[in-house]
Write a protein that binds this ligand. Sequence first.
Ligand code: 97T
Length: 274
Amino acid sequence: MRVDVVTIFGEYLAPLSLSLIGRARAQGLLDLRVHDLREHTRDRHRTVDDTPYGGGAGLLMKPEPWGEALDAVLADPPPADDGRGPVLLVPSPAGEVFTQAAAVELAAEPWLAFACGRYEGIDARVAEHYRARGVRVREVSLGDYVLNGGEVAVLVVVEAVARLLPGVVGNAASLAEESHAAEHDGLLEHPAYTKPASWRGLDVPAVLSSGDHGAVARWRREEALRRTARRRPDLLARLDPARCSGADLRVLAEEGFAPDGAGGFGPAAPAVAH
Ligand code: 97T
């Protein structure tokens, strides 16, 4: 996979030379190229930002350096380009939330390009222009918090995508990854323990040493359901009641959830006293 990143802070991407991603690059599985946006300015001060039309605090990134930089990236396709060009990812707090499903989609692409905004973002005409030229532009957010710029989002997206590429983590691991969502119904993982059996007065739950594989599986399922209900109730909207046992329904009812009539679970209607 080819990945181009345009940024004014290339040093921020140094971690992409480490660990599994660094090895994938050394092995040629990932061809990651970092480009300095300022190389595409034409003024003496290499200006990349300016004040927003309509007023307001902060600075926006000017469109002209982005046009020059992204045109240069598009003009140098990898051999694997299928003619569709890259998916252009623009980290932004106003983007679609980046999920594992998006990582799986992007891992199937031969070419990704990232535009890292700083300050308050990039002049909106840049995304509009490349969309009009047929580039598949995706504005992506890591979640509901504020960063200083897109570079950390690039670290996250590249790691999530690259580890899905054949040979990066090891085939067994990537196959397990694919079955993971389906097997666990999109629930949070149950808690996990290793040795010693007792640590600082805390014991590993006895069922995990019982040798009763059925009991272990039921305990893990219950813990996953309770954790998800308490920490990520939004995920229960996508839990199929048809895939739930009577025991599952009882656990979810204890946590205050019932089938929502729309193929998932939602807060149970409070019981009314007669
Ligand atoms: O807050 C940001 C500023 C620039 C680029 C991206 C972000 C962001 O991405 N996910 C959350 C916030």
